[in-house]
Design a protein around this ligand. Structure first.
Ligand code: XBP
Ligand code: MG
Length: 249
């Protein structure tokens, strides 16, 4: 393997492959209502709560902030309730995605297919739950979606959520590639920090929930992956690698 060549692309899911967070937000609110809770996450609040990666962690963060009196609840009772909310939410999200609530972002499918044809290995590194990945990609790509991805790391395999680099470090380990042979694709500040901490050059495609985030350190910030080709990726990767080599000289 030549050290400077690009060998793999590692994709975040939510906000990167597809604008999923509106559907996630609706699913959270549906689960609160189903349980008779008076919680409602509007868009402004959810945009703030997205600073916490992971649905269960997000619920716990909100509960502690909105109801500091929860000391009345012991740890296990609180965790059981969070697990119940999240199970209902995941079922609601899966149903919404299967009904077509979410489409892949512009250029994503074309890039996945052309990169796969060009011999690049593809991976997923996400903090979302595995059932959400399957629902999204089975609906958007078809039943054979799994063939495109060599490695998938998600909330079930990497419990330390972004910005912690665990999910990307585990992806690189399973790919048996150094970070310099890969590019990461992200949409959020947490995601960029996680990928960067794992040594990855990262392309960022912000969305309405993350447009205000700090993307310093990104290889490039793009409006979307529309019209982004494998040739572009190879050139940008070479640029990044040359930049790193110069810095070391
Ligand atoms: C984004 C997240 C996830 C989703 C909700 O993941 O932080 O928590 O918002 O999904 P990504 P879960 O790393 O793909 O951007 O409720 O399953 O966590
Ligand atoms: Mg994301």
């Amino acid at each position: 393997m030549t050290a400077t060549a690009l060998h793999a692309l590692i994709f975040d899911v939510d906000g990167t492959l597809a604008d999923t967070e509106s559907a996630h937000r609706a699913a959270f609110n549906q689960s609160f209502a189903e349980l008779g809770m008076d919680w409602h996450w509007d868009e402004a609040l959810y945009t703030e709560l997205l600073g916490i990666s992971g649905g269960k962690e997000r619920i716990q963060h909100y509960w502690r902030r909105a109801h500091p009196d929860i000391k009345a609840l012991n740890g296990q009772a609180m965790q059981d309730t969070i697990d119940r909310i999240h199970a209902l939410k995941t079922a609601a999200y899966e149903k919404a995605v299967q009904m077509g609530a979410v489409a892949l972002r512009p250029g994503v499918l074309k890039l996945i297919e052309s990169a796969f044809t060009d011999g690049l290995r593809l991976a997923i590194a996400t903090t979302t739950s595995p059932v959400n990945i399957t629902a999204l990609l089975r609906t958007a790509i078809g039943p054979d979606w799994r063939q495109y991805f060599t490695v998938i790391e998600d909330a079930s395999t990497a419990p330390r959520k972004k910005p912690h680099p665990q999910v990307y470090l585990q992806t690189l380990q399973r790919l048996q590639l150094p970070a310099c042979a890969c590019l990461a694709f992200e949409d959020s500040e947490n995601g960029l920090q996680s990928a960067t901490a794992a040594g990855l050059a990262t392309l960022v495609t912000p969305n309405s929930f993350t447009a205000h985030h700090d993307f310093r350190g990104a290889l490039r910030v793009l409006p979307s992956l529309r019209d982004v080709s494998v040739a572009h990726l190879r050139a940008w990767h070479a640029e990044a690698f040359a930049g790193m080599a110069l810095a070391r000289a």
